[in-house]
Design a protein around this ligand. Structure first.
Ligand SMILES: O=C(O)c1ccccc1N[C@@H]1O[C@H](COP(=O)(O)O)[C@@H](O)[C@H]1O
Length: 226
């Protein structure tokens, strides 16, 4: 069966970039609520950005080690549809915060050398078992500053049975999207710095090129299946 790889464009902070991403076919946009990120947005800006998102496109709120009340305040101020935990939150904290704000969530696992396929499988299994709000595992490279670092990790660590459920991220761009999709066959891909001109400044041409590269990769992957 042909798979349509879902696409999230993360770290948007201007309405015109949200528009470009949505018009080009993004399935999700990501808003970063981590104050140390160059892509950080306030709840007020987030509300304006989400107003430009049509129905059936997911507005993801990305948090790094935020408290339950911080997340609750932001969700009350801006209609985020899904939470992405990208810090050192424990399983219990993720489940508790998601339940408090009644939102599904993805959990980022920042992959480091030395981790094994079994580690990744167990991590995902534990979250799946713990909460019905758990929507899936996101795999990123381990970088200083938690994320948005443009670093690729070793994709061969991703177990074959896990790949169809994961969001693949970390150092993706139009240049390596096809390779990533054909090799890993993830459920979705997530990109931030790979569609920027400079840190925090999205480039419409790179957003479009990334989405086109993913679509082309889907057709290549489908032809390899035949
Ligand atoms: O984008 C950020 O600034 C960010 C900050 C803190 C944690 C995560 C962040 N972004 C996420 O990082 C990965 C990889 O990004 P990149 O494509 O390598 O730049 C991605 O999942 C973003 O959602």
């Amino acid at each position: 069966m042909n798979h349509r790889t879902r696409i999230k464009i993360c770290g948007l902070s201007r309405t015109q970039d949200v528009q470009v991403a949505v018009d080009a076919g993004a399935d999700a946009i990501g808003l970063v609520f981590y104050s140390r990120s160059p892509r950080h947005v306030t709840p007020d800006t987030a509300r304006k950005l989400i107003a430009a998102v049509p129905p059936y496109v997911t507005s993801v709120g990305l948090f790094v080690n935020a408290s339950e009340s911080e997340v609750a305040d932001i969700v009350a101020a801006a209609p985020i549809s899904l939470i992405q935990f990208h810090g050192d939150e424990t399983l219990e904290q993720c489940c508790s915060i998601a339940a408090r704000v009644n939102r599904p969530f993805t959990r980022a696992l920042r992959v480091q050398p030395g981790m094994t396929e079994e580690d990744l499988l167990k991590y995902e299994h534990d979250y799946r078992a713990a909460s019905s709000l758990f929507a899936g595992l996101l795999l990123d490279a381990f970088v200083d500053g938690y994320g948005g670092g443009g670093k690729v990790f070793d994709w061969s660590l991703i177990p074959k049975e896990l790949a169809p459920r994961v969001v693949l991220s970390g150092g993706l761009s139009a240049q390596n999207a096809a390779d990533a999709i054909v090799r890993v066959r993830p459920y979705a891909v997530d990109v931030s710095s790979g569609v920027e001109l400079s840190k925090g400044m999205k480039d419409p041409a790179r957003i479009r090129a990334f989405i086109e590269a993913v679509r082309l990769a889907d057709t290549i992957a489908a032809s390899l299946n035949e």
